[in-house]
Design a protein around this ligand. Structure first.
Ligand code: FNR
Length: 368
């Protein structure tokens, strides 16, 4: 039984997930754009940064509390928005929502979530941010914005790095489509992973829950390419809460976003799932931080695999870090126990790294 000390690192979670998930689902979650050199480039950048060990400081009382838009959060890391999370296991979205509630960290609720946004913010006890994709001519997009407002969301995250869906060969080779197209290949894949297939069958296959709206038919394949800086201005005018733009890798874009009244930006390569040849987001982070000044909120995601990676991102200018696919691997490996286990591993790795580098707190420390 997973959940009793089987996951000691994110790689453990990934290895078990790889065994349990149908190949098609594993490759959808794990895959990256093109030949996946972008993912490697970012990993190399993270690995090349070293942390400086410091000694003989009293580091016995350590706190992982951080601050996000002026509120205390119990961890400096939260949950990145991911579409169709329930593919990693039935009820995955709700497991992530309960985790967000417990640690008072944001749950990113994707436009493509497999559970309705209203349910997720309720289960997350308000600790949920709605992630928006601009799509088509914007009619459906602005309907979603109104719906998020009515559901009580206070923070909106516009993901801007998907003008067109990135090409991910591993996903394409399996014929991954939503809803599933069941051909011979997929049938064999599912039959060879009966635990996942039975659980998914019993719980109903995941759907795009936010697309079910009265009076509007969504088309998932609609292009997102029409968004412009004017779209952003419209969004800013309509959204009274916090507005975050995710998927920023360029200093000029970052400066313009700040000037456009955006409340925070998220440096991200979408987990290397979009432009294969993009610079490593981890390398762009300090440049973007420098261009925006010390006080402007900058978040980071992409390639974070350990508590030490979290610390590196914080030291490189991020105020808060988001975790993506590793959380889905933990769920695939061991359900809610697996997720909690990986979360404890990451917390412990971070706390240990803080001790080893002579640090006791993140909030009000000289690093944050
Ligand atoms: C994503 N990501 C994503 N981002 C977003 O804004 N909306 C979405 O619907 C999704 N969907 C999605 C599905 C899956 C399976 C993955 C792995 C990722 C990107 C996500 O928010 C985040 O940027 C990356 O996952 C961070 O990189 P790591 O931590 O996965 O390396």
């Amino acid at each position: 039984m997973i959940g009793s000390g089987t996951i000691h690192s994110t790689e453990d979670a990934r290895r078990i997930a790889r065994r349990r998930l149908p190949w098609m689902v594993f490759d959808y979650i794990d895959g990256a754009a093109g030949q996946e050199t972008g993912a490697e480039r970012n990993r190399t950048a993270l690995d090349q940064m070293t942390l400086r060990p410091r000694i003989l400081k009293d580091v016995s009382g350590r706190s992982l509390t951080a601050s996000l838009f002026g509120q205390d959060v119990l961890r400096p890391f939260g949950i990145a928005p991911m579409g169709m999370c329930n593919l990693s296991g039935p009820g995955a979205d709700l497991m992530l929502a309960r985790l967000a509630a417990r640690y008072k960290v944001p749950l990113g609720v994707s436009t493509m979530a497999s559970t309705p946004m209203e349910k997720l913010i309720e289960v997350a006890e308000g600790h949920a941010w709605f992630q928006l994709y601009f799509s088509g001519d914007g009619t459906g997009t602005f309907k979603l914005v109104e719906r998020a407002k009515s559901a009580g969301y206070e923070t909106l995250v516009l993901t801007a790095d998907v003008p067109e869906l990135g090409r991910r060969p591993r996903e394409l080779r399996h014929g991954f489509k939503m809803p599933f197209q069941l051909g011979v290949r997929q049938f064999i894949d599912f039959a060879l992973h009966p635990r996942w297939s039975l659980a998914t069958l019993l719980n109903g296959k995941p759907e795009l829950a936010n697309f079910l709206m009265d009076g509007y038919a969504f088309d998932r394949t609609e292009s997102r390419a029409k968004a412009t800086w004017q779209t952003l201005d419209q969004l800013r005018a309509r959204w009274p809460g916090k507005l975050v733009v995710k998927g920023v890798l360029d200093v000029d874009d970052a400066i313009r976003l700040k000037a456009s009244g955006v409340d925070a930006i998220q440096v991200s390569s979408h987990g290397a799932r979009q432009l294969e040849s993009a610079p490593a987001p981890f390398q762009m982070l300090p440049h973007i931080r420098e261009s925006l000044g010390a006080d402007y909120p900058v978040f980071y995601d992409s390639g974070v695999r350990s508590g030490e990676d979290v610390l590196k991102a914080l030291l490189s200018g991020a105020d808060f870090v988001f975790l993506g696919r590793i959380l889905q691997f933990a769920i695939a490996a061991g359900g809610e126990n697996g997720l909690n286990e990986l979360w404890s591993v990451l917390s412990s790795e971070l706390s240990t790294a803080m001790a080893q580098t002579g640090m006791t707190k993140l909030k009000d420390n000289n690093i944050l």
